[in-house]
Design a protein around this ligand. Structure first.
Ligand code: NAP
Length: 252
């Protein structure tokens, strides 16, 4: 797989996402929280999706106090999300906001870090449900709206272990390979029939709750903060990446 890098010294315009509506999953914490704040700071109306309402409300408040466009909150636990939940969200976005220009699939769970031989099926299913199946349901629901936008961007979140398999990363790694595959299939499908581009982004080691839980012995500050990797998230969501599709990017 050929990996892509950002243009060097990428410097997004302050108005990069002005007038755009962007849905961010897992927007209450970690990288998703930073992406929601960065998108709002660059002019977007952000739809905040996540499972912990208090965290989404805190992000909402941060956007409001920074004078960003009024965001929307959509509480949804992707472990139990149904077709009907995803279709309701699409209908609500269409009714309240009129358009959808971007979708950042960011929410994921780590699951168990253990050999396949002793992995539990319950954890395997939860990881596949949140990291893969819910992405499918949300993507399918949102595609009609995204395809109506003048140009739209879907960004899938990958991982190093979704590009090269590694022992003991189990369902999480398999789910990230599935994510890369999903990105490629969808990008190929849409390339000649819509203005929606589809790419994947590996954030790389980033100081979040997930990273701290995967590497408890590591000094958290040895990795960049989520805010530090936002240029890649802005580049792929804004018009500077127009025409680029089906590519796997690294944020670091
Ligand atoms: P994080 O700090 O654990 O944040 C994950 C976010 O996803 C949280 O907002 C969480 O909500 C939400 N989420 C988890 N399960 C959910 C569910 N069932 N329904 C709805 N929302 C759910 O993780 P992160 O490090 O920011 O990771 C973001 C993305 O980057 C993930 O796709 C991850 O695989 C990828 N990634 C991260 C790293 C890294 O070093 N951090 C490296 C490679 C890839 P709650 O806060 O409410 O639990």
């Amino acid at each position: 797989m050929q990996k892509q890098s950002l243009p060097s010294n990428y410097n997004p315009s302050p108005d990069l996402l002005k007038g755009k509506t962007i849905l961010v999953t897992g927007a209450g914490d970690g990288i998703g929280r930073s992406a929601a704040l960065a998108y709002a700071a660059h002019g977007a109306t952000v739809v905040l999706l996540g499972r912990t309402v208090e965290k989404l409300e805190a992000v909402y408040d941060e956007i409001e106090s920074a004078q960003g466009a009024q965001p929307a909150i959509f509480p949804l636990d992707l472990a139990s999300a149904t077709e009907s939940d995803c279709n309701s969200l699409r209908d609500a976005i269409e009714k309240e906001l009129g358009t959808l220009d971007g979708l950042l699939h960011n929410a994921s769970v780590l699951g168990e870090r253990r050999p396949i031989e002793s992995a539990t099926y319950a954890s395997w299913q939860e990881v596949m449900q949140v990291n893969v199946n819910a992405q499918f349901l949300l993507t399918r629901a949102m595609l009609p709206l995204l395809n109506e936008a003048p140009t739209a961007s879907i960004v899938f979140t990958s991982s190093g272990v979704g590009r090269t398999g590694r022992a003991f990363w189990g369902a999480y790694a398999v789910s990230k390979f599935a994510t890369e595959g999903f990105m490629q299939v969808l990008a190929d499908e849409l390339e000649n029939i819509s203005n929606t581009r589809v790419n994947s982004l590996n954030p790389g080691a980033t100081n979040t709750a997930m990273r701290r839980s995967a590497y408890p012995a590591e000094k958290p500050t040895s990795n960049p903060s989520p805010d530090a990797i936002m240029p890649a998230y802005l580049y792929l969501m804004g018009e500077d990446s127009a025409g680029i599709t089906g590519q796997s990017f690294d944020a670091q």
